[in-house]
Design a protein around this ligand. Structure first.
Ligand SMILES: [Zn+2]
Length: 337
């Protein structure tokens, strides 16, 4: 069988397939790019050719403009195609809308690049599908035994409890624009909350896109004052990008209560640094048990760890008798979590 490194290896621009002459999620402009999902650390503008799911192409166009690449080709989940003699197939990753793992196959060797993924249920995207392979390439953002993310429904329950305890206060929830914001709204709706949810302008385009794709987010309204006083938002849920919390936008609401939805809210110090009163641990990445479950489900011969807490996951693999190595890829700063 082919040596895995003949099919795919890391270069400064990203994971490169010499046989097909393409990169997966390159961090610099390249001739041919296969993109796993729309987060800005994976999906960059300026490539000559881009192959991705239709949703990822749509999301890139929304964020960068229609001319983000020289040419674009959409691939459906589960569809196989040939790129320079290499068989390529996209499988759902459960991370954000349109997110995919990319399986490459040549002469009996299969490598799966998982991009970012999670195993928790998420009504806003297709669920992760374990794809048997020889080499499984994974991130390890939360690849330490201390990272156990709680049930997201319980975290949303804490938000709703706070609303009843502090009915006068505006509940300002920080959530990244692609994936996290829509998932938080979807979780709030799943808990039975049907009042309007107010959103910052920076979230509007992507929320609209999710709704157009058939994801029910309920009654969304712009979080603009338009002559109203901050009192108007008493006891309301308002979502904004984390960056908006430091500017005037956040201060105009009535007695704002700062909330942040992120896997990093497991780390008390991070919540404190950001001045978060109510940290919600809601992640679109795998925690430590999910990483372990995935490696058991996929049962690869080798694991390559792209970035994050690489050493701990490599060590765990070795203890399980799975060959593993860190790739030390740079440029993937997980926009989404
Ligand atoms: Zn991501």
């Amino acid at each position: 069988m082919l040596k895995p490194e003949t099919l795919l290896y890391p270069r400064p621009a990203g994971l490169y397939c010499p046989m097909g002459d393409f990169y997966v999620d390159p961090v610099r402009p390249v001739e041919r790019a296969l993109i796993t999902h729309g987060h800005s650390d994976h999906a960059r503008a300026g490539h000559a050719h881009v192959l991705a799911t239709r949703e990822t192409l749509d999301i890139m166009a929304l964020r960068y403009g229609e001319d983000f690449a020289g040419s674009k080709q959409a691939v459906a989940l589960g569809e196989s195609l040939e790129v320079g003699g290499v068989s390529v197939r996209f499988h759902p990753a459960g991370h954000v809308l349109g997110s995919a793992q990319i399986a490459l196959e040549n002469r009996g060797l299969r490598i799966v690049v998982s991009g970012d993924y999670k195993r928790r249920p998420d009504l806003t995207c297709a669920a992760f599908e374990p794809v048997p392979c020889h080499v499984f390439i994974t991130e390890a953002t939360f690849g330490l035994p201390v990272f156990h993310h709680p049930d997201p429904a319980r975290e949303i329950g804490r938000l709703l409890t706070s609303l009843t305890q502090f009915p006068e206060r505006s509940h300002l929830v920080g959530a990244y624009a692609l994936g996290k914001a829509q998932r938080v709204i979807s979780l709030i709706r799943a808990s039975g909350y049907d009042k309007p949810i107010y959103i910052h302008g920076a979230l509007a385009k992507l929320c609209d896109y999710y709704v157009c794709e058939g994801i029910d987010l309920g009654d969304l309204r712009p979080a603009t004052l338009e002559g109203r006083s901050g009192e108007h938002f008493k006891g309301a849920i308002i979502l904004g990008p984390p960056s908006a919390f430091n500017d005037r936008w956040a201060r105009r609401f009535h007695d704002p209560l700062a909330i942040f939805a992120s896997g990093w809210m497991m780390v008390r110090q991070r919540a404190k640094q950001r001045g978060v009163e109510l940290p919600l641990v809601i992640s679109d990445h795998c925690d430590w048990p999910e990483l372990q479950d995935t490696l058991r489900d996929v049962a690869p011969e080798q694991v390559w760890v792209t970035h994050g807490r690489e050493e701990a996951l490599v060590r765990w693999c070795e203890l399980q008798g799975i060959a593993a190595k860190p790739l030390h890829l740079v440029g993937y700063e997980d926009e989404g979590d």
